[in-house]
Structure formats: C-alpha cells, structure tokens
Design a protein around this ligand. Structure first.
Ligand SMILES: Nc1nc2c(ncn2[C@@H]2O[C@H](COP(=O)(O)OP(=O)(O)OP(=O)(O)O)[C@@H](O)[C@H]2O)c(=O)[nH]1
Ligand SMILES: [Mg+2]
Length: 307
C-alpha cells in the first residue's frame, strides 16, 4: 500500500495523429474511439494503467486545432484542462510519408502545443507514431532533429500504435514520472467514462467510419435508454436505444442510407462492440433526428455532455 506511486500524463497532438489508438494500445483494451477522420475525440478521456505499485493515469485529449464553432472551443478547453495538473505530457506526432518534415516549418498546431508545454515547464516525451508507414527509417533522424530543436524532451520514442512497435519502450519512459502517492483509481478501473458514454461513443465511432465529408462531424449520439433485462432463456441482454442527431435535414437521409442500409450497418457493428465490452448479448435500436447547427448551441452541447 505505502509503496504506491502515481503519474498523470496528458496525451496531446494534432487531430488524427493516433492519440486514442495509442491510449488503447497502452491499456491493452479499447476505451477510446478511433477513426480516420480528424476531431474524433471530443472530450478528455482518462485511461488507467497499473504496473506493479505504479499507476499511470493517461488523459487523452481532442486533437489540437483552430476551433470553428462552440463545440470546437470546448474541445480546445479540454486540451488546456488536460495539460493542467499533470506530471508529464506525451506529445504525439506522425511520421507519415505524406508529411515531409521541414525543420523551419513544423505544423503550427504542434508549435503552439510545444509553446504550451514550455510555458507550463512540463516534462514531455515525444512519441513519433505511425512508423509502420515509413519505408526508410532514416527519415526518423530528420524528424527527431527538427523536434528536439524546439524542446528539450525527456525522451523521444518512435512507435506504431497500430502494430504496437515501441509502445512498451514508451510506457517505460512514462513510468519514470511516477511519484509516491496513493492510487487515484481502484486497480480494476480502466476509464473514468460512464458506461452510457462508452456505448454512445461506440455508436458514434461506427458513424464516423461509415460517413464522409461534413456529415460525421455534425453528429452527436444521445442514449435514450440503456438497461439490462433477461431474455427468454433467462440470460442477460442489454437494451440500447439511441438517437443520432445530425445538423441538417439533408444529412438525415445520408445517415439512414438507402433502405436504411447505413443505419443497419451502424447498429449491427456497434452491437458487436457493445457485446464484446459488456460480455453479454445486446439489442441496439437507433433513430435519426435533426438539430440545426447544434455545434453552436450551448444548451444542446450541454445536453450531449460536451462542455
Ligand atoms: N498506419 C498507422 N495508422 C495509425 C497508427 N495509429 C493510428 N493510426 C490511424 O490513424 C487514424 C487516427 O487515429 P486516432 O487514434 O483516432 O487519432 P487521434 O489522434 O486520437 O485523433 P483525434 O481524436 O481526431 O484527435 C486512424 O485511422 C487510426 O487507425 C499507426 O501507428 N499506424
Ligand atoms: Mg482521439
């Protein structure tokens, strides 16, 4: 008990660099949704890792970007609050071949994040993600050089959140930041997200994966009902009823799809995730409604728990 140590570590970076994928990989369990669309994560998400006497509490944050609506402003506040009161930061960048490093011209969002880290005098590890996409590993040298010019990182670790390459080495670096302190979470807790939020997010993930352009960004999922009952054989079954909100009448038809095919796909793949996570059968019913311009309406944003 009295040997317990703890570290709070924020995971920050541009949208889509793989922060949530990394969190899931480090925990060995999927708790944060992932998609190929930027701005997938909308709130701060805590993930808890226990290693012997050490507990690391990760804070996954929305991708750092210039906000264009009230929701975006809230997301950037979530990044700021993710950076306060942590022991260290993991700055995630991507070593994508489409992103040629120009030491004098790093992405503005990353420079702003580094400025925040400097201002707060935080310990920081640089995680260079997606190295599985690099054909020539020598390119890493330029990347490391360009970023270490900007900040005195405690460590630089090339990783792939997809294959798991380098992830253990990254955890080892982060474990160096623990301090003597009782654990903040019981050892069987993996995340601070309520079950209802997890379920709504699993549904939103499928929509992000299936839809394109502006439509997925204007979507919110609100769980109407979520309860367990016994089926005819006396086995537990989770009943999930959710409303998918979109921003425009024209988006509604896209979300439903021809003959309801999109909605059916969303429901069945979300059901599989829910069943796996809760370890029992689930039944998912979905409805689609329109709330014009909700991403600029504070009251609605609040109802969706996004403030
Ligand atoms: N090839 C490859 N793809 C990856 C890797 N890590 C993440 N991805 C992909 O990158 C995309 C974005 O991943 P996310 O984990 O959602 O990224 P994020 O940084 O959390 O994004 P936001 O929440 O929008 O800020 C997804 O399509 C992932 O599958 C990696 O190591 N290699
Ligand atoms: Mg994310």
């Amino acid at each position: 008990m009295n040997n317990q140590t703890t570290a709070f570590i924020a995971i920050v970076g541009r949208p889509n660099v793989g922060k949530s994928s990394l969190l899931n990989k480090m925990l060995g369990q999927k708790i944060a949704i992932v998609s190929d669309k930027p701005q997938t994560t909308r709130t701060r998400i805590m993930g808890v890792l226990n290693r012997d006497e050490a507990q690391v509490v990760y804070i996954d944050t929305p991708g750092f970007h210039k906000p264009r609506n009230t929701l975006g402003n809230n997301m950037m506040r979530a990044v700021q609050s993710g950076l306060s009161d942590v022991d260290a930061v993991t700055l995630v960048i991507e070593a994508s071949p489409k992103f040629k490093v120009d030491a004098e011209n790093l992405p503005k969002a990353e420079l702003e994040l580094i400025a925040e880290i400097k201002k707060r005098k935080l310990h920081a590890v640089l995680a260079i993600n997606k190295i599985d996409l690099l054909k020539d590993k020598h390119e890493l040298f330029d990347i490391i050089l360009a970023y270490t010019k900007q900040y005195d990182f405690d460590a630089v670790v090339p990783i792939s959140a997809l294959t798991g390459d380098g992830v253990t080495a990254l955890i080892d670096e982060q474990l160096k930041f623990v301090k003597p302190s009782p654990h903040f979470f019981p050892d069987d807790v993996v995340t601070d997200q309520p079950e209802r939020t997890m379920v709504a997010e699993m549904i939103r993930e499928k929509l992000l994966q299936l839809l394109d352009k502006e439509v997925p960004h204007g979507i919110a999922v609100d769980l109407e009902r979520f309860y367990e009952r016994d089926n005819a054989n006396g086995e537990p079954i989770l009943e999930v009823e959710a409303i998918i909100y979109c921003e425009r009448e024209s988006h509604k038809g896209i979300v439903i799809g021809k003959g309801g095919n999109v909605l059916k796909k969303v429901g069945s793949s979300a059901r599989l995730d829910i069943e796996e996570f809760f370890g029992c059968q689930a039944d998912v019913k979905l409805w689609v409604k329109v709330k014009e311009d909700w991403r600029n309406r504070g009251g609605i944003i609040h109802t969706f728990g996004l403030d």
